[in-house]
Design a protein around this ligand. Structure first.
Ligand SMILES: Nc1ncnc2c1ncn2[C@@H]1O[C@H](COP(=O)(O)OP(=O)(O)OP(=O)(O)O)[C@@H](O)[C@H]1O
Ligand SMILES: [Mg+2]
Length: 368
């Protein structure tokens, strides 16, 4: 029997209807990643499930109980369905262990001692026992999120909902939070997680919901959705997820923008630091050190377009750099530093000039 049954769920706001007609069944032990473009109702779906929002119409049955029924006791439902937010939502004036004890004392009727003992055990599980007496403000983002997860588990939920649990974190802290979620998955916790971390979803989730056009537009196993999506919009979204795309229009290009795009890209694909460094190096040596000054001294080459595409199967990364102007290969036979550096990183380099367009394909080696 399914743990949750969603039937024709609809949520209207005055100006938009993010959920038009959503139906799905979630089984015990399912770990579902919810992906999709911004504004497609991913958060709204989670909020309608644990009734932070009241659906406009439709029915949600959880453990045999119709929770969309106004007579249903919502506190009880929320206790069985924990939620973890992007912004942690810890109580700032309570220390870590108090944050965890509050729910079990208030809502489960536990004694302080019992709540404390269980809370400490949970903190040990997420590796934060030594921070028990600290305030949230004394913790890093990754640590705060681990506390938020421990706090949700303290209520002994049957299911956990995560709304982009790692998107507010520095890249260095994403791993520690995903590791905690991974552990929960291994223990059989039923979870729905809004996340674009593709590699994580592939390793940990058994189902992926791609949301678009007011509902679950396509669903399947991570393999199906990430490697063989069937429908048009899913295809476009997945292709973008695997690509880094950048256009440089003039010498004053936004290199901070490049860094943050590269950041997003490497994080969603969980690329190794070394590979990210190599992408950065190729970009710096070819674009910043070569094409930009060349363009100033000789011919206008703008716009420069950079596309990087990662292939999980062999962990290779293709970078394609195109630019206008005369025929010019920046790494052709020269012993210039930039050419030497790029040749060291690259496994294969192809240059061509067609229809006034220079095109460089660089295959970056999987770092040892
Ligand atoms: N309380 C609200 N009042 C009015 N409109 C809302 C409300 N909450 C969300 N919306 C709108 O509903 C739509 C879906 O929002 P939702 O937050 O669910 O999208 P999302 O898929 O989670 O997006 P993101 O990826 O940016 O988090 C958006 O157009 C949003 O502006
Ligand atoms: Mg959202």
């Amino acid at each position: 029997m399914s743990m949750i049954k969603i039937e024709h769920l609809r949520k209207e706001y005055p100006n938009v209807t993010p959920l038009k007609d959503v139906s799905a069944e979630i089984n015990k032990g399912d770990v579902i990643s919810i992906i999709g473009p911004s504004g497609t109702g991913k958060s709204t779906l989670l909020r309608c499930l644990n009734q932070l929002e009241t659906p406009t119409s439709g029915k949600v049955t959880f453990d045999g109980e119709v929770i969309t029924d106004p007579k249903c006791k919502m506190n009880k439902v929320r206790q069985k369905m924990g939620m973890v937010f992007q912004s942690f939502n810890l109580f700032d004036n309570l220390n870590i262990i108090e944050n965890i004890m509050a729910g079990p004392i208030k809502l489960l009727g536990k004694s302080r001692q019992e709540a404390y003992d269980e809370g400490m055990q949970l903190l040990r599980r997420v590796g934060l026992a030594e921070k028990a007496m600290n305030l949230p403000s004394e913790l890093s983002g990754g640590q705060k999120q681990r506390v938020a997860i421990a706090r949700a588990i303290a209520m002994k939920p049957e299911m956990l909902l995560f709304d982009e649990p790692t998107s507010a974190l520095d890249p260095t802290m994403v791993g520690e939070v995903l590791q905690v979620i991974r552990k929960l998955a291994n223990e059989g916790m039923t979870m729905m997680i809004v996340t674009h971390e593709m590699k994580f979803a592939r390793d940990v989730c058994n189902r992926v919901f791609y949301m678009d056009e007011g509902g679950i537009y396509e669903e399947g196993s991570p393999k199906q959705i990430f490697y063989n999506p069937q429908r048009e919009k899913t295809r476009i979204f997945i292709k973008r997820l695997k690509q880094l795309n950048l256009e440089i229009g003039n010498q004053d290009y936004d290199f901070i923008g490049f860094t943050s795009e590269l950041d997003r890209f490497s994080r969603e694909l969980m690329l190794s630091d070394k590979l990210v460094r190599n992408i950065q190096l190729v970009f710096e040596e070819i674009v910043s050190q070569n094409l930009v000054p060349y363009s100033e001294a000789y011919y206008n080459v703008y716009p420069i377009n950079v596309v990087a595409e990662y292939s999980d199967s062999d962990e290779s990364l293709w970078m394609n750099i195109t630019y206008r102007g005369m025929q010019y290969n920046p790494i052709d036979g020269k012993e210039e530093l930039s050419a030497v550096i790029v040749k060291k990183i690259a496994q294969d380099i192809k240059y061509k000039y067609e229809k006034d367009l220079n095109s460089l394909d660089i295959l970056i080696k999987k770092p040892e």
